[in-house]
Design a protein around this ligand. Sequence first.
Ligand code: BG6
Length: 486
Amino acid sequence: MNMKNNFPENFLWGGAIAASQAEGAFNQDGRGLSVGDVTPYNKNLNRKAINNHKIINNEILAAAQKDLSAENYPKRYGIDFYHHYKEDIALFAEMGFKVFRFSISWSRIFPQGDELTPNEAGLAFYDSVLAELEKHNIEPLVTISHFDMPLYLVEHYGGWKNRKLIDFYVRYAETLFKRYSKVKYWITFNEINASVFSTFKGVGLLKDRSEHFEQDCFQAVHHQFIASALAVQLAHELIPGSQVGCMIARFTTYAATSKPEDVMKMVHDDQYRNFFFTDVQARGYYPSYMERYFAERDFQVTFEKGDEATLQAGTVDFVSFSYYMSLISSSDPEHLEQTAGNLVGGFKNPHLKASDWGWQIDPIGLRYSLNQLYDRYQKPLFIVENGVGALDQVDENGQIHDDYRIDYFREHIQQMKESIKDGVDLLGYTTWSAIDIVSSSTSEMSKRYGFVYVDQNDDGSGTLNRLKKNSFHWYQRVIESNGEEL
Ligand code: BG6
């Protein structure tokens, strides 16, 4: 038996973006409003606050629908990828990207979400994006739904709690598979565990509109599981050889101490925050630990006839996840200090440093996660988001010295390499993000993640010029050397 030492020859190096944070053009060519378009920018943002994102409620949503300007809602203009995609893709090609992960805006294709026929102008835009990628030999990795369901489906159907959304989603997915039949890699839902942890953008649910909010979230994600399983089957039928993945926000968690109670808390946190979502989609059935979880809370999740068989028939080909940070689990959290994190906050780990936004940086946690997920499913893994949000500065010569970003990526890639030696089957790595885009949680522009700097401020002012950061040249060498030169 030979140990694997390096990244495989065909390893997919690249970067990622999402439609609702990058495209802009929110009201052009027939596009309808999406849940992303109603998240306002908070001018008094406290970056270190545990929950610094705007929780959407009835009031915020009503105000957003009256204000159809772009100023207060940065995701409506993004970085204008809609008009800059050629220039941006050329930059990705210059870095040597083998793969580019992007999402399709559902409300560009079905502006309301419940139409019978798609919006041709919306479809044509992605024809152009895909043609550009093909020209540069970059493999597309397409997320079908990334936090931007049509707002109409929230207002008129009550979001994913309504079973009708399965049909709308399947019609949308089928339209994509038929039109973009050359795309091999697909992800059905971005961070499907957002259904419970960031419910408005995940499943279109508002706390102040629901009597049994938590139960509704689980009903909503059940509908997403079914929609995803149906989409997997359709993709296999319509695009032979296609590979479809599930995707979670991976909340890596460690026991705060060796106290058995803390370890048990860690096991439960892992099950409820992570594994429930991947277990259903990778194994094709609900894990037994959820029976107790639902029973103790008196949650009723309605299954219709045939749902069990659908889940079984629609298991995914690969498991993908975002990885930014890790947290700790404690049975006695009273004296622990809190810190922020992706979608959820948690407790501080004294052994780790954190980003400017309080997300704890933990490269070894990536290796731990890769090992855990591979041991559990024995399916190929894909890291589809990993990166650090930072306040980049442009110097007088137009240079951006983002060494902290290079350090972050270097340390994470080293751990990916260790995981490959551990035997993990890793398909690829798409960093977050390929280029600066509007932040999902805070709608800021100044929380930057890309290799390419976009000259745009939090209030939308700026030239939109694209500048290469130091990390751009560094990543170019990493890809060229297939991960050898770090
Ligand atoms: C993930 C999302 O949760 O984290 C992305 O899939 C998001 O859309 C990323 O941008 C980073 O989060 P944020 O809030 O810093 O943009």
